[in-house]
Design a protein. Structure first.
Ligand SMILES: [Fe+2]
Ligand SMILES: [Fe+2]
Length: 355
């Protein structure tokens, strides 16, 4: 554990956040009804069974560490969100083993569905453990929505594959032409329309999804087919954040009124998709590119995050394993998220050239 990490955990989130916030923002926070609060976010642990009670140790350790560190936060976060892909191939032993590790969390935990949890039995066992695939709740003046954004076309789901195992394997590949684009789907869009109908447009809205509710790179399913339909329903709100897992890397973006933030994986990092270099309109406006994953460092670019909710905006503090922590915060002048605190450029792990 580096010095900065130890200091950070000892000092806790309140001291860190207070040090970062300009006074005017704090005043603004008191003028609004929403209380400032924090929550923690752990995602994409991909717990994978090898055989019997043997699991991939490195993935286990990534999740265990996130749980242990989240439990050390002072002040305590109000809740924890798990952002999906708890399991690797959606099996009961994997979901059970992951659930057992998550049960060590000392906080209320909200669960998001990932495709690796879903495509073996279409979420049946996950539901036994955690209940609804999509739902909403209110907390301290903020409306939170949890979506299952990883469903796909019925034909692909029900007619294409000779077995559930094959279906799971096809969806588990990153760069697989046999896959199918993720979506939220009509039933959930109808539910969301109704859910948001009674919410005042001044109320901050935070959406938790697994796939990004934007179109980043279709080839890798960093993609939601009906993203625009969801964005349309969110349009009338003044402050909206979408927080998503699945991409295993730090991304942020601003589309109209909606700020997008990804969270990291506790298991492994994905590289940036090639589209980052190609289509500016699809890109998060990155102020600081992420370090490339170092293949000789098994923990590089993985970790977990805690979030500070203030004045209806979400700032993310990324707790990077084996690197300096990083903060992506709302820039009120630019009206978009940007990197606020990150590793010194001169002290970086050498980047890989990947395209
Ligand atoms: Fe994942
Ligand atoms: Fe995923």
């Amino acid at each position: 554990m580096s010095n900065s990490r130890r200091d950070f955990l000892k000092a806790g989130s309140a001291a860190l956040v207070a040090g970062m916030l300009p006074v005017s923002l704090v005043k603004l926070a008191f003028a609004e009804s929403a209380e400032n609060f924090t929550f923690a976010y752990i995602s994409d642990s991909h717990i994978q069974q090898i055989k019997g009670s043997k699991f991939v140790r490195n993935w286990d350790q990534g999740l265990r560490r996130a749980v242990a560190e989240a439990n050390l936060l002072t002040p305590k976060p109000d809740f924890v969100v798990f952002g999906g892909d708890l399991a690797q191939l959606g099996s009961k032993p994997e979901l059970d083993h992951g659930a057992e590790m998550l049960s060590a969390l000392k906080y209320k935990t909200y669960m998001v569905m990932g495709e690796h949890d879903y495509y073996l039995d279409l979420g049946e066992y996950w539901s036994k453990l955690y209940g609804d695939h999509f739902y909403s709740f209110d907390h301290k003046g903020v409306h939170f929505v949890v979506l299952n954004s990883i469903i796909t076309y019925d034909d692909w789901t029900y007619n294409r594959w000779e077995s559930p195992e094959r279906r799971m394997n096809e969806m588990a590949g990153l760069d697989n032409p046999n896959g199918s684009p993720f979506m939220v789907g009509k039933a959930q869009l109808d539910w969301l329309r109704k859910d948001l109908a009674d919410v005042n447009s001044k109320t901050p809205v935070v959406v938790f999804s697994h796939s990004p509710i934007q179109k980043i790179y279709r080839g890798w399913n960093f993609w939601t087919e009906d993203a625009e339909d969801v964005q349309k329903l969110l349009k009338r709100f003044r402050k909206v954040n979408v927080i998503y897992g699945h991409v295993h890397q730090i991304q942020y973006n601003q589309i109209g009124n909606i700020a997008f933030n990804s969270v990291m994986s506790t298991a492994w990092p994905w590289p940036y998709p090639q589209s980052y270099a190609l289509a500016e309109s699809h890109l998060p406006i990155l102020t600081v590119p992420m370090n490339r994953a170092d293949p000789f460092d098994e923990r590089d670019a993985t970790g977990w995050q805690f979030m500070n909710m203030h004045t209806g905006r979400v700032d993310l503090s990324y707790n990077l394993y084996g690197n300096d922590n990083r903060t992506v915060a709302w820039n009120d002048k630019q009206k978009r998220p940007e990197d606020r605190a990150f590793q010194d450029e001169d002290a970086r792990v050498a980047p890989q050239t990947h395209y």
